[in-house]
Design a protein around this ligand. Structure first.
Ligand code: ADP
Length: 482
């Protein structure tokens, strides 16, 4: 089975969120199952800076993007039996950030990622890699499905190629003005409701939903939620229309990177049988964040994009009461200026009880997973969510809102039966969050119960093995469709 995997961010090369984790791990596990997977991503500045040993694949290639000749090269990094192909187009990708600066998205993102999609397909042709399935992720790769359908419709090279589109977050749709179609080399006739038009704009994500052979989301519950007006971001009708081709496969965890027993980014390793190292991690966390809090009260970690989706507004509203419950917070995040300002102001009020770093930092993130007692994820919606699964492995108990993949992966702790792995609340409101947080504090105060709960959490297995097998099954099914 030959798979071309198109993603705009891939660990360990470039990352802004969960997509990178998935695109770094899933191909590895698929190739472990015998699939021939080639990953395609842009050669960003931050990848260039890593000075990886890259093999040239294409030199001085060019393609026509809406009447404009764009030159590019392709080089490959081979690691662990996997090939990652970097699309090198300096004007588009040799920039400070992946998608934009704090001032906003790069204005030419439509062209940048359409080009990435098109150049990836051209690379497959030029290198004779004829995929059974093109598997593209999120709006940044969605133009590939339009090209396959309209630009390569009569190309025998792709005649046997089927396609899978994975939605990691429906809210990011790649919306652009109408004239973008011409500039990315797609027919202007696609500007109609049944194709790519969406309330007067071009919706890139629609290309994936409409033209891919099948569509997945990253959790089963999210695949159902997005078919409702509440979670559908205006696309629920279209998703219901494609319901037969739509399903959810829960993301997994790459325990090679996320295991407290072997993690090199945390101050001391630990495992379910010996939790002494977890205490050292907690002390290191206090030092890192300049905190002073009683040892018998829990520390709550958050590693998150500071975005409306993540429910930070609920935390902000409930913060004084949460600290009043005895909780100490460590928060690592980047994003929305208003949320940053609120948290920075709150930190001045509670300097010993609220640790805050506005940064994107892998090492601090790992130390928070390892050193916290509780991990808070109050998302308004959550397509899958990886952080609750990481937290579990580090014996850090998730308190989550019951939505999407959070609801699929977290089971409410039952003190009588001793079952469950976390605490959940349903309503997106401070009182509901407070009540779940209070239940977690109560459990924390009973060391025997807490130890059992931590045991449950660390025993949970969300490894990629099962999910990768589900993807492989789906590829086979898709490849067999007419
Ligand atoms: P999303 O993709 O919506 O941001 P996920 O839970 O799927 O949410 O994935 C988030 C990933 O990004 C996790 O690996 C998390 O550890 C990481 N992450 C988020 N914010 C930061 C940060 N500020 N520093 C380091 N890692 C972060």
């Amino acid at each position: 089975m030959k798979i071309a995997f198109l993603a705009s961010e891939v660990m360990p090369y470039a990352k802004t969120g969960g997509l990178a984790d998935v695109a770094g791990a899933l191909p590895k596990f698929l190739s472990g199952l015998g699939a021939d997977v080639r990953v395609f991503m842009p050669l960003y500045r931050e990848v260039r800076k890593k000075n990886l040993p890259l093999e040239p694949v294409l030199v001085d290639a060019a393609l026509d993007l809406g009447g404009k000749r764009v030159t590019f090269s392709v080089s490959a990094h081979r690691a662990g039996g996997l090939s990652v192909f970097f699309i090198d187009q300096a004007a588009y990708f040799d920039r400070d950030q992946l998608y934009g600066t704090p001032a906003g998205d790069y204005p030419d993102n439509a062209e940048r990622f359409a080009f990435f999609s098109r150049a990836s397909l051209e690379t497959m042709r030029a290198t004779g890699f004829r995929p059974d399935v093109v598997h593209g992720h999120d709006w940044q790769a969605a133009a590939a499905f339009a090209y396959l359908k309209f630009s390569y419709a009569d190309d025998p090279f792709f005649a046997g190629t089927r396609s899978l589109f994975t939605i990691h977050n429906l809210a990011y749709q790649g919306l652009f003005e109408k004239d973008v179609l011409g500039r990315i080399g797609l027919p202007e006739s696609l500007f109609n409701m049944n194709d790519l038009e969406f309330y007067g704009k071009v919706n890139t994500l629609k290309a994936g939903i409409l033209y891919a052979t099948a569509v997945t989301t990253v959790s089963p519950r999210y695949s159902r939620e997005i078919q409702t007006p509440e979670f559908g971001c205006g696309l629920d009708g279209l998703l219901r229309h494609r319901a037969d081709a739509l399903r959810g496969i829960l993301n997994g965890v790459d325990y090679q990177d996320w295991d407290p027993a072997t993690d090199r980014l945390i101050p001391r390793n630990f495992g379910p049988a010996d939790l002494a190292g977890k205490n050292d991690c907690r002390e290191e966390l206090f030092r890192m964040f300049g905190l002073a809090a009683p040892a018998d009260l829990p520390v709550v970690g958050m590693v998150t994009r500071l975005a409306g989706q993540k429910g930070l507004d609920i935390v902000c509203e409930a913060l004084d009461s949460l600290i009043g419950l005895g909780l100490t917070f460590v928060i690592l995040g980047t994003g929305d200026q208003k949320i940053q300002d609120f948290l920075l102001a709150a930190q001045k009020i509670h300097p010993a009880r609220l640790g805050l770093k506005i940064a994107f930092d892998e090492r601090i993130a790992h130390t928070i997973y390892a050193g916290s007692d509780i991990f808070l994820i109050p998302s308004r919606y959550e397509p899958c969510g990886l952080t609750q699964m990481y937290a579990l492995k580090y014996g850090t108990i998730p308190v989550v809102r019951a939505t999407g993949g959070l609801d699929d992966s977290i089971e409410e702790y039952d003190p009588l039966a001793g079952s469950g792995n976390g605490f959940k609340f349903v309503e997106a409101a401070p009182e509901a969050l407070l009540s779940a947080a209070a239940r977690s504090v109560e459990a924390f105060r009973r060391p025997g119960a807490w130890k059992a709960l931590v045991g449950n959490a660390m025993a949970a297995d969300f490894s990629w093995k099962r999910s990768a097998a589900a993807y492989l099954e789906l590829y086979k099914k898709i490849a067999a469709t007419a």
